[in-house]
Design a protein. Sequence first.
Length: 461
Amino acid sequence: MVERFLNGYANAFQRWMPAPLSIAVLLTGLAALLALRDATASDVLGAWTQGMWSPGLIRFGFQAMFMLVLGHVLALAPPVMKALGRGVNWVVKDARWVASKVALLSMGLGWLNWGLGLIGGAILVKGVMDEYRRRGGKSPVHLGVLGAAGYSGMLIWHGGLSGSAPLKVAEKGHLQELVGEASWALALPDSIGLRETVFSSWSLALTATVALLTVALFAWLGRTVKSNKAVPDAHAVNVSLDKEQASLSFADRLDRGRWLSAITGLACIAGAVWWASSGAPAQELKFITPDWINMVLLGGALLAHRSVRDFLKALDEAIRGASGILVQFPLYFGIMGMVTGTSLGPWIAEGLVGATSREWLPLALFTSSGVLNVFVPSGGGQWAVQGPLVLEACHALGVDLSKGIMAMAFGDQLTNMLQPFWALPLLGITGLKARDILPYTLLLMLVTGTAMAVGMVIWMA
């Protein structure tokens, strides 16, 4: 009965949910209509245009796309692929724990970097499927459960090292830039480091609780839900080059040589080390910003690939995953422009403040963020839209900004289990369908969402 309901939900979701770009356009129209309450059409158009092409926000969009692409490129590097292969060997030792082990590894990768977790989790699932195909063509683990476990890295990414909101607020001046000319902008700190957000005791405790519940749930599902189909053919993940020809031009030797990518990669890592040691005390972790993370990822990816040619081939494979948000980000920035450039922002913030209290604001932000993420599946785009409202509500009710920011981050990552947009790379690599994994990601969302909601009240109030 329950499984029939979940499968019906998955089919309905795929049938009725428009493409993310269509949703972004519809949300833009809704924001414009609401902004016209107290503004002229010219004012709304101007705010939308300035928001779309705000230099700071466009930079933010590039940072987020670059982080996704570099995480994907790193996941395709030979050393990482080899490590994932060893992970597959560890996973398949005991069929009872296959799903829980895949979930554990996927979440570990996702906490480090969302692109790495997204693709690494998919490669793990594909590796397990390939192993069972080699053994006879049928998996002892339900393939939908296995795919959902590989996608679970997206459940904890925004509370990790690549979370859009905590990384952006660590940049000097970002908070003031986000709220514009609001009268209370001067009360905002210059930056909020990861020590106060991602690495705070309450955030780490909540993330660990979610991870443990996820592993336990997939341990139960792996034993309870039986396999129902043969392993399907999957997309080949292959970024290796053809064998080198006997005679190569100078340009070919340069592109295929090891030294050029190695020197550049080492220079990036050295630059990241210098960056970390040249600013505020390292223990405050304020050096960890999107630019610093991307510097480390770029250096690591160049070092992990054997040559510039190999790196570029992996880049061709990875860049497709960022194509959707390339156009969506400016639209979300336009929505943010209307929120901050008209009376729409204060109106929404006053409604949120009036409907809650200081003790319940983290839960309210968590819930509203989860709902918004269904329509704005990009964490970066969501921070651009919701960030000013989070900051204003926290300021008005006297709630610690870091707690409000992380409440929004936890809500955003939770409903990734409901919104299948980011599952598309996994589905392409594994050959699974959205209806295969959605029933189990929805169950995961309900279980871990309850724990997160309790955490909003106990740890973050």
